[in-house]
Design a protein around this ligand. Structure first.
Ligand code: WQD
Length: 318
């Protein structure tokens, strides 16, 4: 598993360990940490390095790897706009090395971490997988190209792939696995509260019920479970699709998220209304019918559990 020491990856690792599966984690530890993966074997490796394919081949053979879950990637939208070449080198170059190593060792199962960022600015509320993808930043482009890469490998040498398009991932499955990166709404708000600042709402004049942007927040543990379900799916011969949305199919606005944080934290904070953030679609939620019917997966946890678990994990970390 690549990127296994990060926020999402460590949840997948823990679930696999609970199932009694052997996991080897490849991670460059740029945002992850060894503490998050317990006794799982950790190999520190930058997938984009020139020597990566060779090292991966050796590792796959030594560990008798049967399937790959590929999460390792650079994932900051703003950074991808200012350093596009590096994002392509890292996300596409790294994935090319990994797929080449899999082809050479005849490991033909991959679950790939894709993103709702592949959709760009869809003019529909609940987006389906076959919607025309027009990502609006290099990060989203690298994820869409990653999907093309798995599709090409399926045709060329029989890779079996599942591309999971994550929506807005939040929460914690265990108190020690909080999202510590502070790059998305929930951890950013927690951070503001910790330093006594008013959380910002980017845009309150959208054409939505309360004027703020609506997103599909999915609990990280539900998402982690979707990876295990995907591994089972890859063993089936009646697979119809390779790409699946992972969301709840229920939208929550920024103001609703903030209200839930008020309820859970018992802090009655002010919010700062700010102008719209460029590139934000007003409404982006998952149509979840495909993953439900094909994989029999649906999210079990809602916004309350997402915020409660995130808050508890955050408190545990302090
Ligand atoms: C959520 C909502 C903001 C901060 C991004 C990536 C996507 C995926 C998930 C990685 C938006 C609003 C935010 C704040 C706010 N990434 N907001 N105040 O932009 O939906 O998705 O993360 O795989 O590809 O684009 O997530 O958490 O940044 O924002 O009002 O201080 O919260 O405008 O409406 P986003 P986010």
């Amino acid at each position: 598993m690549t990127g296994g020491a990060g926020y999402i990856g460590s949840h997948v690792v823990r679930l696999l360990q609970q199932q009694g599966q052997d996991v080897v984690v490849i991670d460059d530890l740029s945002s992850g940490s060894q503490q998050r993966i317990g006794s799982a074997k950790l190999v520190a490796l930058d997938l984009a390095a020139e020597t990566a394919t060779q090292k991966l081949v050796a590792l796959i053979e030594a560990e008798s790897v049967e399937a790959v879950i590929h999460l390792a990637a650079r994932k900051q939208v703003g950074e991808s706009v200012s350093k596009p070449e590096w994002y392509f080198e890292q996300n596409i170059g790294g994935m090319a090395h990994l797929l080449e190593a899999m082809r050479l060792t005849k490991v033909n199962k991959m679950v790939f971490s894709s993103s709702a960022a592949t959709y760009g600015m869809p003019d529909t509320d609940f987006v389906k997988e076959d919607f025309d993808c027009k990502p609006i930043n290099p990060y989203g482009q690298t994820k869409l190209i990653g999907e093309w890469m798995t599709a090409n490998a399926e045709r060329a040498w029989g890779l079996r792939a599942v591309n999971l398009r994550y929506f807005n991932v939040a929460g914690a499955g265990w108190p020690d696995l909080a999202d510590t990166a502070k790059m998305n709404l929930v951890p950013i708000v927690f951070d503001a509260l910790a330093s006594g600042k008013a959380p910002a709402v980017f845009g309150t004049d959208y054409d939505t019920a309360d004027g703020s942007c609506v997103r599909d927040y999915v609990h990280v543990l539900d998402l982690a479970e979707a990876h295990l379900t995907s591994l089972d799916y890859l063993a089936r011969d009646d697979r119809k699709h390779s790409t699946f949305n992972v969301g709840t199919g229920v939208g929550a606005s920024v103001l609703q998220v903030l209200n839930e944080i008020k309820r859970v934290s018992k802090i009655d904070f002010e919010v700062e209304m700010q102008p719209r953030r460029p590139g934000d679609p007003p409404y982006l939620c998952a149509d979840v019918s495909r993953i439900k019917s094909e994989l029999d997966w649906s999210a079990k946890r809602g916004l309350a559990e997402i915020i409660e678990s995130a808050w508890n994990a955050r408190s545990a970390a302090n």
